[in-house]
Every structure is written in C-alpha cells, then in structure tokens.
Design a protein around this ligand. Structure first.
Ligand code: 13P
Length: 337
C-alpha cells in the first residue's frame, strides 16, 4: 500500500464503507472489560485477545484502521509477527492513542485532556513503529452548569494543538471531542453541548492551520442521556446528529467516524445506517467503535482459546454490519438477527 500524503491516508481509512476498530483501551479500561468475563488483565492475555481480533477474517474489506494503545503497538503475536504487521496484512492502517488522559479542570466536575508535553518525540517513535494515524480524546460532560465554555475551549484548543503537531510528523490526526452520554439530560442538551464543542474545535483547527483534508473527526452522536426516561428514537438521533454535523463540519473533511459511547452494538449500527440512508453530506460517515465492535467477541471469547473462532466470527459479523451501515445498506431483519 503506498499512501504518501495525509489526504491519501485519511481517505483510505474510510474508503468503500470501511471504518475503524478502536482497540486502544488503556490497561485499567481493559481490566474492566476483562473483569466482566472473569479474565485476568495481564500483558499476555491482552496480547492474545487483540491478536485474535486482528486475525479475524472480517477485518479484511471492513476495517481501514485500528487504534492501538502504547503497549500493543510494541507487541508481537505468539509466532513472533509484530501485531502492526498483522493489521497491515489485513489491509488496515495502524493508529495510536497519544493523549495522556484526563486532569481535573475548574471548579465543577470537568476535565481537560493532557499529553502535549513531549508529544513531538513520542510521535517520532510511533512513526518508526509503523503508525499512520493518531487519536486524542477530549471529554465533555453534561450536568449542572456543565459544560462550561472554558472547559470546551481548553479541550478544543488542546485538540487543535495536538492535530498540528501530528500533521507536522506526517500522520493523520483523529480528533475526538466526546460529549458523554452519562446523565439524564435531554437530546436537546446533547445537541447544544455537541454544537458548542464542534464550533470551538473547528475554530481552533483553522487558527492552527490544520489541514482539514488530512484529518478525521471522531464525534459522539447526538442522543438522549443514558439515564433519561425520554429516549429519542433512531430517526431523531440520526436527524439531530446530521443537523449538528452539517452546521459545523467543513465538507472537505474526508471522514467522520463515530464513537459508540455505550450504545448497544445493534443501536450503534442502526443509527449509522439511518444517517447514511438520509444522506445530504459530502464526508464519509463511518464508525470507530470500541465496545460496539468488540462486546460480542469479548463475551464469546471468555478467555478460552477454544472459543477463538466463534469470537472472531462475532467481530467479523459486527465489522461487516457496520460497513453495510456506512453505505446505508444495512437491513436488520435480513442480516442482523
Ligand atoms: P467506544 O466506541 O467504546 O465509545 O470507544 C471508542 C473510543 O475509542 C473511545 O475513545
């Protein structure tokens, strides 16, 4: 694969309905996922699980990029093959999470993502390890008095600073402003927080002269809070999400790849499909799911090597369903019962 420019890399990742497998859980987060199936989270188990995912047949044709955690980009498979080579051989590009997590911000329960210190040096190493794109996640909370504009702006400025440094190192930055689903807020509150975040993000990206054609946006969908007793239906989520994106995202951005954020795997597919069936935008609208791609595979695996094939089938199935949804061709009744 010879992809020379940022534009070519970004476009390749989302070409033909492909999306991204987010497998960049930090060790504590991976620990929580493994706890749910009674498996110890140690280096070997994390390697075995991810090697199994990356060798799944459904990676081919459906997955254009895989986001890795620092530990994983350095790991070899059991037979000694670097995991990044397994990913590349499946036709996907290796990516790397480069932020250093969240720090408290201001007087409310808000956070700002950190990791700019030493980023340039770390990126140079990741390039040498084969990374073609990167991810930085900002977290915006909805609640009493939140989000504050100060918190939004601090996070979006950090995202834009990160994006510029990444492009200067020849990789595609994925910018992830995640408005959390946690809470009992309405879908209108989520629209407002998402709208303010995207406005601030694209202003700061322009201020930094970030090349939008060599950038991927990883946003939340506009949904009701997960504890709200008024859950918006699929059509409303699709329409409000599209309205918010169309109002804020330049058409030349090559790809928008959603996070799943705690949605069930079928719902994450259904929302994506509904948006692509509505249409009316120029970017590719695809997925960068963690839980919504992995949940069934993790459960099927249960830490037992003899479950490898059913686990890989589960990942392959979800990858295929989400590719169909990225093309607006998913049909739950026919294909996903
Ligand atoms: P989820 O799809 O599980 O939200 O994970 C995506 C991700 O990478 C969050 O940063």
């Amino acid at each position: 694969m010879s992809l020379n420019t940022l534009e070519e890399i970004a476009s390749y990742i989302v070409s033909g309905g492909k999306g991204i497998l987010a497998a960049d859980e930090s060790n504590p987060t991976c620990g929580k996922r493994f706890d749910s199936i009674g498996v110890e989270s140690n280096e070997n188990n994390r390697r075995d699980y991810r090697e199994m995912l990356f060798r799944s047949s459904g990676m081919k044709d459906n997955i254009g990029g895989v986001i890795l955690f620092d530990e994983t980009i350095r790991q070899n498979a059991k037979d000694g093959t670097p995991l990044v080579d397994i990913i590349s051989n499946q036709g996907a590009l290796p990516g790397i999470k480069v932020d250093k997590g969240l720090q408290p911000f201001g007087d409310l329960d808000e956070t700002v993502t950190v990791g700019l210190d030493g980023l340039d040096e770390r990126l140079k190493e990741y390039v040498s390890l084969g990374a073609k794109f990167t991810k930085w996640r900002a977290v915006i909370k909805i609640g009493d008095g939140m989000p504050t504009q100060e918190c939004i702006d601090a996070n979006m400025k950090a995202l834009a600073d990160y994006a510029k440094i990444v492009q200067d190192n020849g990789m595609v930055p994925m910018v992830e402003p995640e408005v959390l689903m946690d809470g009992s807020h309405s879908i209108e509150d989520c629209y407002d927080a998402s709208d303010r975040s995207l406005k601030s993000l694209f202003k700061h990206l322009a201020d930094n002269e970030v090349n939008i054609k060599g950038t991927i946006l990883k946003p939340n969908m506009v949904t009701s809070g997960s504890n709200s007793n008024q859950q918006a239906d699929i059509d409303e989520v699709a329409r409000k999400t599209l309205d918010c994106l169309i109002a804020n995202v330049p058409p030349e951005l090559p790809g928008i790849t959603f996070l799943s954020g705690g949605q069930s795997d079928i719902l994450a597919t259904a929302h994506l499909d509904a948006m692509n069936k509505i249409g009316g935008f120029e970017w590719k609208l695809s997925f960068s799911y963690g839980r919504a791609l992995q949940a069934a595979a993790l459960k099927a695996w249960g830490g037992k090597p003899e479950n490898m094939f059913i686990s890989q089938d589960a990942l392959s199935h979800r990858a295929k369903m989400n590719k169909l949804a990225s093309l607006g061709d998913w049909d739950q009744g026919l294909e996903d019962d």
